[in-house]
Design a protein around this ligand. Structure first.
Ligand SMILES: [Zn+2]
Length: 313
């Protein structure tokens, strides 16, 4: 069983690396912020990755036996929004029939897709000490896919998978054994219908509804999220299937605003979930652990990740 904690790039420290390695968690995840400004956080991370200090930290993590992976809402970085001025056709059409550079892009535009795939390969090669599994997700919004006449029949799931297939094919020119995650959450929980997954695309299931669904139909949404696990595993295969959970996501509990709030893990809920994931055959269980960096430690002391590590062994 692989286990993983994802933290923001600026939170990486020797303390965090030791905490993860000492507990017996096997993978360190670096996760730039999502949301509207994901691109800035990615740029900042790429600057960190050029410095000897930051590389030294990642070398240390590798020496401590940790695998290193990067999980990124990458669409806005892969197709820079300023291309909208010269190439509006690269960008998505919204529900009003207008091209807009707000989120994602037009996955049916061959030039946009090829631009994104090439830049994805460059990004993969820039991720210092990265493992061979890549996580370049679409933008972190709901209902933000392209609705142009060519994309209209492609669901958000189909659109994501089409982009993943294109990125992975380009990345494989440089890293022949690369794999890439399909992120199933919110509107990408549905199975792709028009697009088939390339070999080496694996499932990453992130049950966020469970934490954020508040509307009248919350119970239904959460039940649907649960019910999709089996079909998603059947579609993408079980071998590399991964869960991305929120048990230690103090950014979620702090509503993505600093300073971080004091955090306590819900051990009982986590234990129940992990039992289920193990029984279903997931081979990697991961959780966000953002907003538990040095600023958190100063306010509330070191977070305790031992319960997670023990349950995932
Ligand atoms: Zn389109």
């Amino acid at each position: 069983m692989r286990s993983q904690i994802l933290i923001h790039p600026e939170e990486l420290s020797k303390n965090w690396i030791d905490r993860i390695a000492d507990a017996g968690v096997t993978v360190l995840g670096i996760h730039p912020w999502g949301g509207k400004h994901a691109e800035k956080s990615i740029q900042q991370m790429l600057e960190f990755l050029k410095t000897p200090e930051y590389r030294g930290l990642l070398d240390y993590a590798a020496e401590r036996g940790l695998e290193i992976e990067y999980e990124i809402h990458a669409a806005g970085y892969l197709l820079p929004r300023d291309l909208f001025e010269t190439h509006p056709e690269y960008f998505r059409m919204n529900e009003n029939g207008e091209r807009t550079p707000d989120w994602n892009f037009c996955v049916s535009d061959p030039k946009a897709l090829s631009f994104v795939a090439k830049r994805a390969a460059e990004l993969a090669l820039a991720l210092y000490r990265s493992g061979k599994r890549f996580y370049f997700w679409m933008d972190d919004g709901k209902d933000v896919h392209c609705r142009c006449p060519r994309c209209r029949d492609l669901s958000p799931s189909d659109q994501q998978l089409l982009v993943i297939n294109a990125m992975l094919s380009e990345i494989k020119k440089h890293i022949s054994d690369a794999k890439m995650a399909y992120l199933a959450y919110f509107d990408s929980l549905s199975l792709p219908e028009m697009i088939k997954a390339s070999p080496d695309v694996f499932l990453e299931y992130a049950p966020m509804e469970k934490y954020v669904a508040k509307s009248e139909d919350a119970a239904q949404r959460i039940a649907r999220e649960q019910a999709m696990i089996g079909p998603l595993m059947d579609f993408f295969g079980r071998e590399d299937a991964k869960v991305l959970e929120y048990w230690y996501d103090n950014s979620l509990y702090s509503k993505w605003k600093k300073p971080p709030k004091e955090f306590h893990v819900d051990r009982e809920a986590m234990a129940k979930d992990i039992d289920q994931y193990k029984a279903l055959g997931f081979s990697c269980i991961s959780t966000f652990g953002c907003f538990l960096g040095a600023d958190y430690e100063e306010l509330f002391g070191a977070p305790d990740i031992v319960p997670f590590a023990e349950l995932t062994k």
